[in-house]
Structure formats: structure tokens, C-alpha cells
Ligand binder design. Sequence first.
Ligand code: KIV
Ligand code: ZN
Length: 531
Amino acid sequence: MTVSNSPASVDASAARSQKDRILIFDTTLRDGEQCPGATMNFEEKMQVAEILDEMGVDIIEAGFPAASVGDFESVAEIAKRSKNAVIAGLARANPKDIDRAGEAVRHAKRGRIHTFIGTSPLHRQYQLQMSAEQVYEAVVMSVTRARNLIDDVEWSAMDATRTEPDYLCRVVEAAIKAGATTINIPDTVGYTVPDEFVDIITMLKERVPGADDVIFSTHCHNDLGLAVANSLAGVKAGARQIECTINGLGERAGNAALEEVVMAIKTRNDVMPYWTNIDSTMIARASRLVSAVTAFPVQYNKAIVGKNAFAHESGIHQDGVLKNASTYEIMTPESVGVRASSLVMGKHSGRHAFREKLRDLGYELGDNAFEDAFVRFKALADRKKHVYDEDIEALVDQEIAQANDRVKVLALMVIAGTSGPQKATITLEVNGKQETAEATGDGPVDATFNAIKAIVPHEARLPLYQVHAVTEGTDAQAEVSVRLEENGKTVTGRGSDTDTMVASARAYVSALNKLAIKRDRVHAQSGGTAA
Ligand code: KIV
Ligand code: ZN
């Protein structure tokens, strides 16, 4: 997929002062993907990395190479493919992790090793079981080792905001002396508040020798809903890199949302005279893609990218917007890539028109993927009177997300109604081989899932089953999210179709495919210095 960059924004950026430039470090593929249920497969990661690269993200944290062979391979491939961004790989403070990260980013035009260790008393005592002195030594060892592999090294003081100020200054100084070029001050548990965070960054910049030679970075979690406010406070105190994710994805309540920090800086440039290299018109597209591949729906009232972010329902608001949009809009929908929903085309539309429409929506598919998408579009146009942009996006996002899946839904027949038992007959493709099974259940969804289970046996629990309509009307496509949990591992799958049962089957199978990825992944045991 290729989405055009905006030369205008790049030119404008070039003219501005470098000291006011805020580097955007996106960690959707690492911290975002790490959150329960947001697992992405290899192809999905490539898609996300591509759009991040094109929209002007400065540093893409592509993953945690030591976590599994799959993680290593996706970081290495993103490193090879990236055109503009620095590609970072995460590493704990141990030689194995650092070497693995160095190896993964070796082929990037510009690679970075991002190494971290917990510095707070809680992390030192309980998680790492190391003394302050041992952690200090691990900082020196890890940064020195990383610098021997690569010039660009970021060091993070995990749980920095709960670390004793004097000790934090000491370890930051040690990391700078050992060669770190970026110092990240994470608010790992989303505990700090803006004024306190200003004081922490100000203290480090004033007290630590060598602070002027490195870039300070923020990495704020959203447990108290303050991640964006804290990140911007950090910038006010002199930080020049913000770590964030698309849609605010991330551990627990998530990270600072990329779209929010970028648009806050852009919209309130009068009080925050900084700039980023992000082409904001690509934000809506990136948000939709990340939501589609992680199967994490974006809440309707989410700032910038929620469905209601530019919707005006009350009469007074509508009246004002019609007279002058600025009465109730502080930024235009177009500035973040949101367009009015438009009628697309019908069943008589040909390949050429379909390809043009895809380009217009920001997709550039390869020949095979295009043919598959076209066939599905035709089938959809046969069943649905009006096909909207959102329908095409749901259809293509699913195509992209499930292109390389091991298990695919080929056919489904369901008997539903008031007199049970409800029955489902499903045909799946499993590793290229067709298999059919029949099952009954407590309702058509249960019957469908039982039939899938008969072909792909598993013990996973189903903590969430959710249905949304993509557009309005009774012939709208249903978008189903299915969350599965197995041995503490959670994944979410999503499927769409005008038939809710078919969408449900696709979502369930997509979740099973993601569970297989999770099973293969050797989880990093803890955030410490594990060997
Ligand atoms: O939240 C955190 O502290 C992290 C570090 C690995 C940077 O994600
Ligand atoms: Zn984090």
C-alpha cells in the first residue's frame, strides 16, 4: 500500500528551526502490539510500518527482537524496507538482547538500539532483585555494548517517574557517558502529572553533565488519562522526542496517542511553538489500519480519530457549523484525512474505477490482492444497494489482514430460528487443505464457533464477542470482533460481511490465527536483566 506524502508539509517543516522540532517515535509495533489482544501478524506489521514511514514518523520502534524468531524477523524486514524512518529494536539490559536487537536493525538505513532497565526502588527490589549499584553497572554495560554495535543508542530508565531524583540523575549521567544519544524518561505506570513531569525533565537537563548533548524523550502511559498532557509538559521542559502510538494503543490504558500529540501541537501552535514532520492528513488512514489489524475498535468519542470527532448532532451546533465551521471545529476534518462519506459505485463498476477508488482511499494493492479485493467488492455490490467508502475500507483491510492466514473461511451454511437446535456447516482451508464440519449450538453463533472448533480443536475461552455496523441501513456490513484467551494470552480477531454469521466466522478464525502466532512467541519473562 502506498499513500502519497505531502510535499507541502515537508517544505514547510524544512524552513522551521531544528530546536523546535519534536521527533515522533512511534511504538505501535512494540508497546502497542504488546498489549493484550493486539497481536499482529508479519504482513500486518509490514503494512503498519509502511504507513508510519510514509506519514513522516521519525523513529519506528519495530519490535522486541529477542522476544521470538517472529519478532526478530519482522524487525529485520522493516529495517530493510524502511525508506525514511530510523528503525529501533528494543532490548533488555543483557548482552543477548542487545546483540539480537543490533542484528535485527543492521540493515536499516538508520538503525537504533533501544535498551532499558527498571530504575525505581520498586523495580530494583521486586522485579530485578538487584541493588542500586548493580542496576547502575547494568546501565553502563548495556549502553556500552549497544554503542559498540551502532551509533544511535537510546536508553530508558523504566519507571523513571517513581525513581529517587538523585539516583535518576546518576544513572542518566552514566548512560550519557557510556554513549547513549537519546535518554528516555518513561512514566511506565502512568503515575506522574504534568507539573511534576516538567520538574523531572528540568532537573535532569539542569543537573546532569552532558545533558545538552543528548535528546530527552517522553514515554507516557495513560493510566490516569494524562499521557498526552504529560508528554506535552515534557516538551515544554525541553524534551524533543515523544514516544507514542496510533490510537493510543499500548500496555493497560495505553500510551500517548500519536494523533493527539501531533494535532495538539499543530492546532495550538500559538502556545506550543513546535513542529513535527507528520503529514497529518494520513492520520485517519493510519488509525483505521491499526484498528483493523489489531481488531481494536476506536471508541466513538476518541479525540481526532473517533467516528464522532467531527460529528455535530445538536441543532445549535449544526446551525453554527453551517454558518461557519470554526464555531464548533478547532481543526478541519480534512486536516486529519477525514472525508465526507461518499457513495462509491455499484455492481456495474469495473476494475479501472475500483483501482482508482482504492488509490483515492490510500491503498495500492499488488495484482493478486487487487483481484481478490475486486471479486469481494463485486460480491458485496451484488448484495448491498449502496457501497460506501467505509465498506471498501472494511473489505480491503480484511483482505490485507488475512492474506497470509493459515486458516481461512471458505463457506458457511447456518440454520437459525425459533425452533432449535441451530446448526452450522463450515468449510475451512487449513494449511491449504479443505475441511468441512457440522455442529449444533445454543444459537447460530455458538453453532458456527463449535463447527470451527471441530476442525481446529483448542481450549481458548471467548471473553468478548462484539458486533458493529460499518455503515447505516439493514444491508450494512457487520464488523465482528472476537477475543480469545488461552493460558493468559489474549488475541482479538475481526471480520466483516453483510452476513453477520459469516463476519463472526471470519473474526473467530482470525483470532485463532493470531493465537497461533502467540503460541509461537517466546515471551520475554520480565522487564529486567534476564540472561
Ligand atoms: O513503559 C515503559 O517503560 C516502556 C519501556 C520499555 C520504554 O515501554
Ligand atoms: Zn511503555
